[in-house]
Design a protein around this ligand. Structure first.
Ligand SMILES: [Mg+2]
Length: 309
């Protein structure tokens, strides 16, 4: 398997339009197997242990026949980074034509967060709003914010722990989505999520691939929504494949994040708020990283593959 990966390995760096989760370039590794190109792109600071789930997913994508799909396109949400200027917020919204759901990053500054939500509501009054807190709030902070932010579709990972989420859920009447609680867990199958969350956030790489994501959804018996991990077009197609492989998908998915990239290896346009599942032949022109960065990724892959046994 390692030979297959290293023989076709490319590592590219994609410039982003705006700073998102503290980065302005997204480095990703791609390799090709019998099923086509696959993406391995844990964020740079992730440990080999955590990255091993991402590699398991990439190997599955490169080598396994894809599952049965229930639809050929997926409704996606706009993804709003923690921006504050109205013109920057408007620019981001323009990258998501036809999308009627906006997921807004919040959690670091209550006043700016509420203003960001108000700006999105003003610029896109027809849109449903969901917010993503990345586990930053206490129960108290979350309850207070949810009282003052107006109607939202759901809140994603408002607090860090299952106990806090459960307490919050007993106090507020807003749907709660679990994201980090699953993908940062040592064993997401052992979690008791009863009364803590309403919806599972499934991200195909962090959860170790499509089969594992389905196993997790069946185990917890909760509705699901699918989002990206800021992948390039190759990984986005695999996320779309996961979303299409659920018979039931009641929520717009966070898979339009290619719009946050200034360059990508392929264009998967958002048309009327939807993305089509299509074969992708990456165009690497001018995107390859330096020899030094390539070696860094090659070493990371060799160490991580060793953990998979
Ligand atoms: Mg999230």
């Amino acid at each position: 398997m390692l030979d297959l990966i290293l023989d076709s390995l490319r590592v590219i760096s994609l410039p982003m339009k705006a700073n998102f989760r503290g980065i302005n370039h997204r480095e990703v590794a791609l390799f090709k197997g019998p099923q086509g190109w696959a993406e391995f792109s844990p964020f740079l600071e992730y440990s080999d242990e955590e990255s091993s789930h991402w590699l398991a997913c990439a190997i599955e994508a490169a080598t396994q026949v894809p599952p049965k799909l229930y639809r050929s396109s997926i409704g996606v949400n706009a993804t709003m980074p923690a921006l504050n200027s109205q013109s920057e917020i408007a620019d981001v919204l323009e990258g998501f034509p036809g999308c009627t759901t906006v997921k807004i990053k919040v959690g670091t500054n209550e006043k700016e967060d509420l203003e960001r939500i108000a700006t999105v509501r003003k610029l896109s009054p027809q849109s449903k709003i969901r917010i993503d807190v990345n586990g930053l709030w206490s129960v108290e902070q979350a309850a207070k914010f949810l009282e003052s932010c107006g109607e939202i579709e759901y809140v994603e990972q408002p607090c860090a722990t299952v106990a806090e989420l459960r307490e919050l859920k007993s106090r507020v009447n807003v749907k709660i989505v679990g994201d980090e609680i699953l993908r940062k867990s040592e064993n997401p199958f052992e979690l008791d999520l009863d009364g803590a969350i309403d919806i599972l956030m499934l991200k195909v790489q962090p959860l170790g691939g499509i089969k594992n994501a389905h196993a997790l959804a069946s185990h917890h018996k909760l509705p699901v929504v699918v989002s990206s991990a800021l992948e390039c077009a190759v990984g986005i197609i695999y996320g779309l494949t996961l979303a299409a492989s659920f018979e039931e998908m009641s929520y717009d998915c966070g898979l339009g994040t290619g719009s946050l990239l200034a360059r990508d290896v392929a264009d998967i346009p958002i048309v009327d708020g939807k993305m089509q599942i299509q074969p992708v032949e990456p165009n690497f022109g001018g995107l390859d990283v330096s020899a030094e960065r390539f070696d860094w990724w090659k070493n990371r892959i060799m160490r991580t593959a060793a953990l998979l046994g």
